[in-house]
Design a protein around this ligand. Structure first.
Ligand code: ADP
Ligand code: ZN
Ligand code: ZN
Length: 804
C-alpha cells in the first residue's frame, strides 16, 4: 500500500493550479498532514520546489501506468496552514481568479515565505585538485549570483558528469528570536563553598556567586550583566567553574513599546446597548449574522466592538478586529490593549518581519485571543472565532490590488460562515454595497445616530475658493479658515489640516514653455521630493535629480507647482511664524515608529497644528482638536470614476468627525471649487442617509454597482499593439458567451496608459447574471499564459474598486 500526498506546488501557472500526486517516502509515513510545507521534485528535470500538502491519502491505489515522484523532505513539524485556511485558499482562488499557491502564500507571514538556495556538493569521485580549486576548504558551495561565470560553467559540466551534486535548500529561517537565560547549577551549599574558595581580589566573581545564592530562578544574561555590572567574561568563568548554566530560550519580540493602562467597560447608552446585545446574542447562538453598525463619528462604535469582543472571550472564543492600515493608529491599538492587555496580538505593516512572525506564532499557538490588524490579518489563524469586526468597512484599502485580488470584507464573511459567528461591519459612511444589503435585510442594520454624551456634530462651513481667489492672490488658505486657525492658536486649542492628495502632487514645470518633467517609463509626471532632493515616479520608482534648467527650452524659469504638504507647511510657517506645526505624510512617516511618535507629540500638545494627507482623517480622537480644515476637497471629486462622489463624501465626513470630540464644540471648514456638489453639501450636514438615497439613484441610472456586478480585465505588454490586440480578441471571445444584458465598457487604454514601460488596455464588464462568465475568464487566463511568457499579462479584477 502506498501513501500518497496531493501537493499544491509553488509553480504559479494556470496549468499547475491543481494538486499533484506524490509518493510519501517510508521515513515520512504517517507524519504528513495537510497544510505542511514540503519540498518536491517537479517537472522533467526534477527541479526542487516547495509545495503545500493539500490532502493525504493513506491507502491509495495509484495508477500502475503512472510513476509517481516522491516527496523529498518536509519543512514543518506541524501544519502552517490549518484546515480552515486550506479550504479558504481554495475558495479565494476560485473567486479571485488567482492560483491556489498564491492564496496560500498570501496567508502566511513573510518570514515563512521561503526562498530557495541552491547548494553544490563534491561527489566522492571528484578529483582532489579540482575539488580544491572549486570548493577550497568548504564542504559545499552556495550557487548564487556571486559565483564567477567560469566556475558556473565548470560546475554545469561536472554536474553532467555526476562529479558534483546540486541540491536545493529551502531557506527556512523562521527567525525565531532567542535569548540566553542564566541559572544556578549548584546547590546553595556548594555555591557558598565556592564563594569561600575565591581569592579576596575576585570581587566580581564574588558578586556573581552572591547573586546565584540569593536567586534560584533563571534570569536573562543581559539583565544579569546589567544588574550586577559584570561582563560576559565573568559569566564565562562562572559557567566554566560549574556555578551556573546558560540556555537559549525562545522569546517573542514585543512590538509594543509603551505600556497601556487597563480600562474597564464603559456604561453603554441605549443605542450602544441595543447593538452590543444583538451582536452578543449572535455570538452566543453561533449565528453567522452580518451586522451593519452605522454610527456617526464619535458615536461610540469602538466601545461596541470592545464589549462584543469581551463577550466572545467570555465564551472561551476569540475575536478578530480589522482596521484599515491608515487608521491602524497607536490610538486604536491602545484602546484594544487597554481592554484586553496581553491577550492582544497586532498585525500590521509597521512591524518588522520578525515581530510579525512572532505575533503570528502567538496566534497560531492559541496564546492570543484578540487580533487587531490591517487587511491581511483577516487570515489570522484563530481557531475558534466568536466575533469578527471590520471597522471603517467602506475603506478601499481592504481590497488588495495584486493577486489574489481579495476583499478582506468578503473573507471576513466567509470565515463567519465557517465559524458560525457574527461579523460587524462598522462605519459612519458605509459602502453603498453594504448599506444596500442592509436595506434588503441581508445584513442587520444597527444604528448609533448620536454622538456620545449628546455632543453636537461639528459645525461645517463650505468655503467657495473661486470666490476667495477673486479677493486675494493664490494661497492655500481662505480668509475664514485662516481666521479660525489664528483663533485656535490664541485659545490654545488644536487644529487638523488635511490636504487631499489623491491624484495630486507637486511637480516641476517650465514657466516659459510649459514643459513638465515626466517619468521616462510611465505616462505620469514625476513628483518632487524635497527630503531627498529628487524627482520620483510614484508608479515605477524611477528617480532623478531636480532639474534647474528646462530640458526642453533651456530656460532657467523652472518652478515647482502643485500643493504638496511641504509647500503648504512653508506657507503656513510664513503666515503663522509662532505656530508649532507637525507635518504627517508619506515622507515624514516612512521610518518605523515615526507615525506613532508624531501622534504622541501632537496628543501631548507639543504642537498646535497637525498638517497631513488622508492619513489624519481616520480614527484620531484628540479632545483639544476643535478645528478641522480641508484644504482642497475637490481633488478626489474630479476623478473619472463612479465612486468619486462616494469617496469624497466619506473622506469629508471622516475628517470632519475629528473635530470637537470632547466637551469643546468643533468647527470645520471645507475649501472647494465645487461648493454646490451634492457630495460636499451632504458632507456638510453629515447626512449619510440622504447621500445614500441620492447616490443610489445615480448608480441605478448609470447601471453601476451595487445594481450591477463588475469585472475589470487589464491586458498589458511592452508592445502597445499587442496589448490592444489581446484586448480586442478577448472582447470578441467574451461576446460569444455573454448574454445581451451584459454591458461592456471598452476596450480602452487605462487611465494611466503606460506604467513601467508597459502599455495597459482595459475592459470593464457590468452584469447581473452571467452563468458562463467565470469559466470564460478562467479560459482567458490560461490561454494568455500559453501565448507568451513574460510579454503579455492579463489581470482580472472582480468587483474592482474603481473602473480607472
Ligand atoms: P466612534 O468609533 O464611533 O468614532 P468612539 O468609540 O471613538 O466613537 O467614541 C468617542 C468617544 O466617546 C471616545 O472617547 C469614547 O471613549 C467615548 N465613549 C464611547 N462610549 C461611551 C460611553 N458609553 N460612555 C462614555 N463615553 C463613551
Ligand atoms: Zn515611472
Ligand atoms: Zn522650457
Amino acid at each position: 500500500m502506498t501513501q500518497i500526498a496531493e501537493v499544491i506546488v509553488d509553480v504559479p501557472t494556470m496549468q499547475t493550479n491543481t494538486p499533484y500526486s506524490y509518493k510519501i517516502p517510508a521515513a515520512l509515513s504517517d507524519q504528513l498532514q495537510p497544510g505542511m510545507r514540503v519540498v518536491v521534485p517537479f517537472g522533467n528535470g526534477g527541479r526542487k520546489v516547495q509545495g503545500f500538502v493539500w490532502q493525504v491519502k493513506p491507502d491509495a491505489k495509484p495508477d500502475p501506468e503512472v510513476t509517481l515522484k516522491t516527496i523529498d523532505t518536509v519543512m514543518d513539524p506541524t501544519p502552517v496552514v490549518n484546515a480552515e485556511l486550506m479550504q479558504l485558499a481554495g475558495w479565494l482562488a476560485r473567486t479571485t481568479y488567482a492560483f491556489t499557491i498564491t492564496c496560500l502564500q498570501t496567508m502566511l507571514p513573510n518570514a515563512l515565505k521561503a526562498k530557495y538556495q541552491k547548494w553544490v556538493k563534491p561527489s566522492p569521485e571528484l578529483s582532489q585538485p579540482v575539488r580544491q580549486q572549486i570548493f577550497g576548504e568548504q564542504s559545499e558551495l552556495l550557487w548564487d549570483d556571486s559565483l564567477k561565470p567560469e566556475i558556473v560553467k565548470q560546475l554545469l559540466t561536472l554536474n553532467r558528469q555526476h562529479l558534483v551534486q546540486v541540491h536545493y535548500a529551502v531557506n527556512n529561517q523562521s527567525h525565531v528570536k532567542k535569548i540566553t537565560m542564566v541559572k544556578p547549577a549548584m546547590s546553595t551549599n556548594e555555591l557558598v563553598r565556592a564563594r569561600k574558595a575565591l581569592r579576596s581580589t575576585a570581587v566580581k566573581q564574588a558578586t556573581l556567586i552572591d547573586y546565584l545564592i540569593a536567586h534560584r530562578e533563571p534570569i536573562s544574561q543581559p539583565e544579569l550583566e546589567h544588574n550586577l555590572k559584570v561582563t560576559s567574561t565573568i559569566l564565562n568563568t562562572g559557567e566554566a567553574n560549574g556555578w551556573l548554566t546558560r540556555q537559549a530560550k525562545e522569546v517573542y519580540r514585543d512590538p509594543f513599546q509603551t505600556a497601556v493602562a487597563q480600562t474597564a467597560a464603559l456604561h453603554l447608552n441605549a443605542d450602544q446597548e441595543k447593538a452590543v446585545h444583538a451582536i452578543c446574542e449572535a455570538t452566543d447562538q453561533q449565528h453567522p449574522e452580518t451586522f451593519l453598525l452605522e454610527g456617526v463619528t464619535g458615536s461610540g462604535k469602538t466601545e461596541v466592538y470592545l464589549q462584543a469582543m469581551a463577550n466572545a472571550l467570555k465564551q472561551g472564543k476569540q475575536a478578530l478586529m480589522l482596521v484599515p492600515e491608515i487608521s491602524l493608529t497607536p490610538q486604536i491599538v491602545g484602546r484594544v490593549r487597554g481592554r484586553f492587555g496581553k491577550r492582544v496580538a497586532v498585525l500590521h505593516s509597521g512591524l518588522s518581519a520578525g515581530e510579525r512572525f512572532d505575533e503570528w506564532r502567538r496566534i497560531q499557538r492559541g496564546e492570543a485571543q484578540v487580533v487587531v490588524g490591517a487587511r491581511s490579518a483577516v487570515f489570522a489563524p484563530l481557531k475558534n472565532l466568536g466575533v469578527i469586526i471590520v471597522d471603517e468597512e467602506h475603506e478601499g484599502s481592504y481590497k488588495q490590488e495584486d493577486n489574489p485580488r481579495y476583499h478582506a470584507r468578503d473573507v471576513a464573511l466567509w470565515r463567519s460562515r465557517y465559524h458560525h459567528c457574527p461579523v460587524v461591519l462598522g462605519s459612519a459612511t458605509p459602502s453603498l454595497e453594504s448599506r444596500a444589503r442592509a436595506q434588503k435585510n441581508v445584513y442587520t442594520r444597527l444604528v448609533l445616530p448620536h454622538r456620545v454624551n449628546q455632543q453636537q456634530l461639528p459645525q461645517v462651513t463650505v468655503v467657495d475658493m473661486t470666490e476667495e481667489l477673486r479677493h486675494h492672490k493664490e494661497s492655500n488658505f481662505s480668509t475664514p479658515l485662516m481666521t479660525a486657525i489664528q483663533d485656535r492658536l490664541q485659545r490654545g486649542e488644536q487644529t487638523l489640516l488635511m490636504l487631499n492628495r489623491r491624484g495630486y502632487s507637486s511637480f516641476v514645470m517650465c514657466r516659459d514653455c510649459g514643459f513638465v518633467l515626466q517619468c521616462p517609463n510611465c505616462d505620469i509626471s514625476l513628483t518632487l521630493h524635497m527630503d531627498t532632493k529628487t524627482m520620483k515616479c510614484h508608479y515605477c520608482g524611477h528617480e532623478e535629480p531636480i532639474p534647474h534648467i528646462c530640458p526642453n527650452c533651456h530656460s532657467r524659469h523652472i518652478r515647482y507647482y502643485g500643493t504638496g504638504t511641504q509647500k503648504v507647511e512653508q506657507e503656513l510657517k510664513s503666515l503663522l511664524p509662532a505656530a508649532r506645526i507637525i507635518r504627517m505624510d508619506v515622507d515624514t512617516t516612512r521610518r518605523k515608529g515615526a507615525h506613532e511618535r508624531l501622534l504622541r507629540r501632537f496628543g501631548s500638545h507639543q504642537a498646535d497644528i497637525l498638517l497631513g494627507t488622508q492619513m489624519i482623517a481616520k480614527g484620531l480622537d484628540f479632545p483639544d482638536v476643535t478645528l478641522v480644515g480641508v484644504l482642497n476637497a475637490d481633488t478626489s471629486l474630479g476623478l473619472p470614476d463612479f465612486r468619486a462622489s462616494e469617496r469624497t463624501f466619506q473622506l469629508l465626513t471622516q475628517v470632519s468627525g475629528r473635530a470637537g470630540r470632547a466637551e469643546k464644540p468643533g468647527q470645520v471648514f471645507i475649501q472647494t471649487y465645487n461648493p454646490d456638489h451634492y457630495a460636499i453639501q451632504l458632507a456638510k450636514t453629515q447626512n449619510y442617509e440622504q447621500f445614500f438615497g441620492r447616490e443610489m439613484q445615480l448608480r441605478h441610472r448609470g447601471n453601476y454597482p451595487p445594481y450591477y456586478f463588475a469585472v475589470k480585465l487589464t491586458a498589458s505588454d511592452v508592445d502597445e499593439h499587442k496589448a490592444a490586440e489581446a484586448m480586442v480578441s478577448i472582447v470578441r471571445k467574451l461576446k460569444t458567451v455573454l448574454t445581451p444584458k451584459a454591458i461592456l465598457l471598452g476596450p480602452t487604454p487605462s487611465a494611466i496608459a503606460r506604467v513601467n514601460k508597459r502599455y495597459y488596455y482595459q475592459l470593464v464588464i457590468k452584469y447581473k447574471k452571467e452563468p458562463q462568465l467565470d469559466s470564460a475568464l478562467f479560459e482567458i487566463l490560461s490561454q494568455a499564459q500559453k501565448v507568451s511568457r513574460g510579454g503579455l499579462q492579463i489581470a482580472i479584477d472582480r468587483n474592482p474598486m474603481s473602473f480607472m
